[in-house]
Design a protein around this ligand. Structure first.
Ligand code: AR6
Length: 516
């Protein structure tokens, strides 16, 4: 049975009212100790222009190590005196590509290997070569041109990003705002694998606690998936390097850390559930426009986007490649942290999922911009726990961890509704019925209505809808629901085997409500 037309409870998901009208009033853009802005805020506020903020890069463990830093050197082998500045080699190699009439994938490989000699025999470029060989001959000139333009864009980095970029480290709340062109130049450097100190992967490596950023892993181990990913990435670069499609706006990356004392007291929380719209059709990113959109994240944001991963988070990052730059500066998320990205743009459309994923061409993003010239799109990366065995998650320590994570992610006033779905229930093995409750509880405490996309799950849609109706009709508070979950975790070990979660909650709470 199709649930078209009756998929939403109180509000229609296609209603235009939500389209970004209801976001908070922003003050003037300013930088302070908790907000680094990489453009000149005075020029921006007076003339609306995005001039890079003057400053100096920093070569230390609280800033991004830039490829053009003097300190970045390439050790010469044994008998040769003196170390060579790495940026000189990058400039020489990329300048050649930027000015060549034809750039082949083999040119990309040899350029990258010039300033990454350690990985000469380690990194493979077979996916890039296969992709470039297999594309239709009419696409070849465009690809060659784009590869050259990416090289030129990478070379602009010292001019575009003059101020040090802080690392968003574990245990702190800090924001970074930068222009879409600054992001493009950083990503062009990532494409050409210029970031120093970012290739070692052993557990004691300086950046072991950060996602990878250099793109070499996208260029090796050919698969159809890799081909579609490369299409999305090259399309992004082709758009940002064309005068008429060059993006002119800002994006903010905000790491939010909540101290334990800032969390909700779940057991005694008296708030009731907020509104729920639930549908088995549509996606978070499309039908959830004008809402806080949940990224089903890995604690290393972006997950396998530069490798072979291709589920919700990776697809999101490929359609909105500006998100990828978060990997440059966002340390692994802890249990009480999230990353919010405001203003990223969608460049591509897709169809399918995982192995059936296909790049479906350009997306013309018409999302209006806020007062800070950011697209009115906010995405929050929250990483669920990864469960190997389903039973593990019915444990109040784990439930509370997920509640706190969602609470951290849903806090804030940019949008009043959260667009989510089966968070943690695909690759991470979570139980959708439990996760739906957890997210509704977090939304209640942060005063957000919920738009829930079950991604085709019609039965789940019915079950969650009924459960929500029960809980709101009987005015069950978040605290009572928490206690009921606790009871359920205890009942799981009963000799009769585990009861259904929703049946259990309904029957036990019905008893207590009738006694009230
Ligand atoms: N809109 C709504 N629902 C969706 C969408 C969408 N666009 N895409 C998928 N779903 P999953 P996880 C549903 O497995 O379990 C990544 O590698 C669909 O039902 O992506 O939290 C990350 O980097 C799907 O089964 O999220 C992490 O490492 C479910 O959401 C890891 O996966 C879960 O999607 C996170 O795994």
């Amino acid at each position: 049975e199709s649930d078209k037309g009756k998929s939403c409870l109180s509000l229609s998901l296609s209603e235009p009212k939500r389209t970004p009208a209801c976001h908070m009033q922003l003050g003037k853009l300013t930088c302070d100790s908790s907000h680094t802005v990489l453009i000149d805020v005075n020029v921006f506020c007076q003339e609306g222009k995005f001039r890079p903020m003057a400053g100096r890069h920093r070569w230390d463990n609280s800033s991004v190590r830039m490829p053009f830093a003097e300190e970045s050197v390439l050790m010469k082998s044994g008998f040769l005196p003196g170390d060579e500045k790495r940026w000189h080699i990058i400039q020489k190699s990329l300048h050649r590509l930027a000015t060549a009439s034809l750039v082949k994938s083999s040119d990309v490989e040899s350029a990258i290997k010039k300033y990454n000699p350690k990985y000469k025999d380690v990194w493979s470029f077979d996916a890039l070569h296969t992709f470039c060989e297999h594309v239709h001959s009419r696409e070849k000139p465009m690809i060659s041109e784009t590869l050259g333009k990416i090289a030129a864009l990478a070379l602009n980095l010292p001019e575009f990003c003059r101020k040090a970029i802080p690392l968003l480290r574990h245990g702190q709340s800090h924001s970074i705002t930068l222009s879409q062109i600054q992001i493009a130049s950083l990503l062009a450097n990532a494409f050409y694998c210029t970031f120093p100190h970012r290739n070692a992967t052993h557990p004691r490596a300086e950046y072991a606690n950060y996602p990878t950023i250099n793109f070499h892993s996208l260029f090796g181990k050919w698969s159809e998936r890799k081909g579609e990913k490369l299409r999305a990435i090259l399309h992004y670069f082709s758009e940002v390097t064309k005068e008429d499609t060059k993006p002119r706006g800002l994006v903010t990356f905000e790491r939010c850390y909540l101290h334990h004392h800032e969390f909700a007291q779940w057991r005694s929380e008296t708030k009731l559930l907020t509104k729920l719209e639930i549908t088995s059709e549509g996606t978070i990113e499309k039908e959830g426009k004008g809402m806080l959109q949940v990224d089903f994240a890995c604690n290393l944001v972006g997950g396998g986007v530069l490798g072979s991963g291709l589920v919700q988070e990776e697809i999101l990052f490929l359609m909105n490649p500006e998100l990828i730059v978060a990997r440059l500066f966002t340390e692994k998320l802890g249990d009480t942290e999230c990353l919010k990205v405001t203003g990223s743009q969608q460049y591509s459309n897709y169809s399918g999922y995982s192995d059936s994923f296909m790049w479906m061409g350009p997306h013309n993003d018409s999302t209006p911009r806020d007062e800070w010239q950011r697209r009115k799109r906010q995405i929050v990366a929250i990483d669920a726990l990864h469960f190997k065995y389903p039973r593990e998650q019915f444990n109040m320590k784990k439930v509370t961890r997920e509640l706190n994570k969602a609470y951290c992610g849903f806090s804030g006033d940019y949008f009043h509704e959260v667009a989510t779905g089966n968070w943690g229930c695909g690759a991470f093995g979570g139980d959708p019925k439990l996760k739906a409750l957890i997210q509704m509880m977090a939304a209640a405490v942060t005063h957000k209505d919920v738009a829930y996309f079950t991604f085709g799950g019609y039965n789940l849609k019915q079950d969650v809808q009924d459960m929500h109706l029960f809980l709101t009709t009987h005015k069950i508070s978040v605290g009572r629901l928490y206690k009921s979950l606790d009871d359920y975790c205890g009942a799981l070990h009963s000799p009769q085997g585990p009861p259904d979660l929703y049946d259990f909650i309904k029957s036990t709470l019905k008893d207590t409500t009738s006694r009230h």
